[in-house]
Ligand binder design. Structure first.
Ligand SMILES: [Zn+2]
Length: 332
């Protein structure tokens, strides 16, 4: 097979088209994509992303699959291995990478943006970002590892149980962050989309999870003097901060981006039952337009593509979790 179907972005246009099947370079593996999660970044490119490419770029960051082919110099994997992939490809030469924080490399190349992603039948990636998918995880669960890796970043903030916390946000990211905090012993954590009506100075920390941009004034009001605001989103533009309020209360603003991808897979293998309700339907690539517009309207559930929907078959997809057939409408 020399061609495959892929969802691509070219300028502002997104479409399904045929693309060449990639050939793995030295150090790379070719992965047959089983499940790929739709993220906000696929729908609306981030402000800090690379300049739009004049050529079509295959979208899709969060995925699992099976190794189809390996470059001759790749060791430690074999064709047929079930794998998950960290979609930010670190430079391996900067200070963060040298310190082991490769997930936080500021020069990382992004799958689905600077480089072809996983909304396609095959994708080629460097072997150093490939992780074995734990046996306990389905392809659909494993495709949620990147959001978990991002949620685990809250544990890098200087907070500890029994601190009282508030996770600010309405969507699945806020709910996932709350589950992560609870599983690490934070018993006093609430989730709230709106901060209006919440008591002043009530929380030791507030975690911001609103991709629409942080409601910093409200967070500064509800966090206690000397407390901490943990910032996770990457808003499209500058965000105003009431510095007088922040300084007056000596509030610490702390940013975090990623935990480790391996820890995310281990968290999922242990706790997948606790996040199952955040995972939505699996659908074929052909349904992309409907899925993109649904994601714009609501980020309540993670939805997924299965590029080989017909080949994998309904029975196996059903076994992964909720199956929504193309003709059954939007049941997210
Ligand atoms: Zn680096």
């Amino acid at each position: 097979m020399s061609e495959m179907r892929a969802i691509v972005r070219q300028g502002a246009a997104v479409r399904l088209q045929r693309m060449p099947v990639p050939v793995p370079d030295a150090g790379e593996v070719l992965i047959q994509v089983r499940v790929a999660g739709l993220s906000r970044t696929d729908v609306d490119p981030p402000a800090d992303g690379p300049e739009p490419d004049p050529d079509p770029v295959v979208l899709g960051r969060e995925f699992t699959g099976v190794i189809a082919e390996l470059a001759g110099d790749v060791r430690g994997f074999a064709a047929g291995d079930r794998v998950a992939v960290m979609p930010d490809l670190p430079c391996l030469s900067c200070e963060r990478c040298a310190g082991g924080a490769t997930e936080c490399c500021p020069r990382a190349e992004r799958l689905g943006a600077g480089r072809h992603g996983a909304f396609s039948e095959f994708v080629a990636v460097p072997a150093h970002v490939v992780h074995r998918l734990p046996e306990a995880l389905t392809f659909r669960e494993g495709a949620y590892a990147e959001p978990v890796c991002s949620a685990l970043a809250v544990l890098k903030a200087d907070i500890k149980p029994p601190d009282r916390g508030l996770v600010q946000g309405a969507g699945r990211v806020a709910r996932l962050t709350e589950r992560v905090l609870r599983s690490y012993g934070f018993d006093s954590v609430e989730v709230g989309a709106s901060l209006a009506g919440l008591p002043r100075d009530a929380y030791d920390f507030v975690v911001e999870c609103d991709p629409g941009g942080p409601a910093l004034d409200g967070m500064l009001r509800v966090v206690r003097p000397g407390g901490r605001i943990v910032l996770r989103s990457r808003p499209a533009g500058p965000v105003p901060v009431d510095l007088a309020a922040a300084v007056g209360k000596e509030v610490t603003l702390q940013t975090v981006s990623y935990g480790t991808f391996q820890a995310a897979l281990e968290f999922l293998a242990q706790e997948s039952g606790k996040i199952a309700d955040l995972l939505g339907c699996v659908r074929p690539l052909e349904d992309f337009a409907e899925m993109f517009s649904a994601e714009r309207e609501s980020q309540r559930f993670k939805s997924f593509f299965c590029p080989d929907f017909g080949g994998v078959g309904a029975a196996e997809i059903e076994a992964w979790g909720r199956l929504v057939r193309p003709d059954s409408g939007d049941q997210r």
